[in-house]
Design a protein around this ligand. Structure first.
Ligand code: UDP
Ligand code: MG
Length: 320
């Protein structure tokens, strides 16, 4: 029977913890009773440097339920993406399959069962996808949709309306752990792992208690990080504009020379305007070219795995 580890990053979640902790244990009990996961499956709470009583609550819960409740205490606040990564990588050596979920129960815990079913059907990654955004404010809804569109136009593969509520098998987390980059955007990395994947759909609820730990500034930072960690398209755009400027400069040159020949220009204007256009265009072109190398260096230093072998068939033996 496969052991499930539910990983929950927590930052100042003392208000919601007393609600989410029993709820998640309830999910475990239910799945164990149905024979879908092993009896020693667990919920791992990752305390992301909380300043409130979150860690004390985790310790207390672990004392009461040492088999079901695990805790990881990070030494300081590193943010949601790193806290989740720390939890996943710690959990992968203790279980066969992980589910990551926020502490605030906005994601429907009841679809974890569906995720586990899909895992048993052979999926390595199952995305929790919001079926609508009715509970979001108009601003959050439109900004999120604009973000997904922008990501797609930048060539970054993401799953539409999926946040970080997902199931990952042990080998998927193992492969993910080889992405050692510091600018971490999980939602962009996971779709590049490959494997058989599927989605489950749910209604996102309001926060069970407490307030959002993702103010607008953190949301924008995450969005920018998502694009800049995966795409060097903005650099290519500079190069494109540089080329375009050269053509504009040629057009401006023709216009300036014609005007000069017609004689209706102030002295010095022609040479001045030609210099401005050509130097401007050349500068952009040069920056774009230098950018191409920087883009390559950027991709190289990430040292991402270049491939992920799922299976090898060789003289009659099959390996994972
Ligand atoms: N979180 C974290 N570190 C942070 C900020 C948030 O671990 O620095 C956790 C938080 O405890 C929650 C999850 O990330 O479990 C998502 O945060 P939140 O629900 O506040 O974001 P929202 O749903 O409002 O976007
Ligand atoms: Mg939330």
């Amino acid at each position: 029977m496969d052991r499930l580890g539910i990983v929950v990053p927590c930052y100042n979640e003392e208000e919601v913890f007393p609600i989410s902790e029993p709820a998640l244990r309830g999910v475990l009990d239910d799945l164990v009773a149905k024979g879908k996961i092993a009896a020693d499956s667990f919920v791992m709470f990752v305390n992301d440097g909380s300043k409130d009583a979150t860690w004390d609550l985790i310790e207390e819960a672990h004392r009461q339920h040492p088999v079901q409740v695990y805790g990881v205490k990070l030494a300081g606040n590193v943010g949601h993406q790193f806290a989740l990564t720390a939890g996943l990588i710690t959990a992968k050596d203790m279980c066969d399959v992980t589910v990551s979920i926020d502490a605030d129960l906005q994601d429907d815990v009841n679809v974890i069962e569906e995720m586990v079913d899909k895992y048993h059907e052979g999926c390595d990654i199952v995305y929790g996808v919001r079926s609508d955004r009715k509970t979001d404010s108009f601003f959050k809804r439109t900004s999120a949709q604009a973000f997904y569109k922008l990501m797609a136009s930048m060539g970054v593969k993401t799953v539409y309306n999926h946040a970080d509520f997902r199931l990952m098998s042990r080998r998927a987390v193992e492969q993910f752990s080889h992405y050692e980059e510091t600018n971490l955007f999980l939602r962009g990395i996971v779709p590049t792992l490959g494997y058989k994947t599927d989605c489950v759909y749910y209604q996102r609820l309001e926060r069970a208690a407490g307030v959002s730990k993702y103010p607008l500034s953190k949301m924008l930072a995450l969005a920018f990080n998502g694009i800049s960690s995966f795409s060097i398209k903005p650099i290519n755009m500079i190069l494109g504009v540089g080329f375009a400027m050269i053509f504009v400069a040629i057009a401006a040159a023709i216009y300036a020379i014609v005007s000069y020949c017609l004689g209706n220009v102030a002295p010095g204007w022609t040479s001045l305007i030609l210099s401005i256009w050509f130097i401007g265009g050349l500068q952009l072109l040069a920056i774009g070219l230098v950018g191409q190398y920087i883009g390559k260096v950027y991709i190289e230093v990430k040292h991402r795995p270049r491939y992920n072998i799922e299976k090898v068939l060789s003289d009659g033996t099959e390996e994972n």
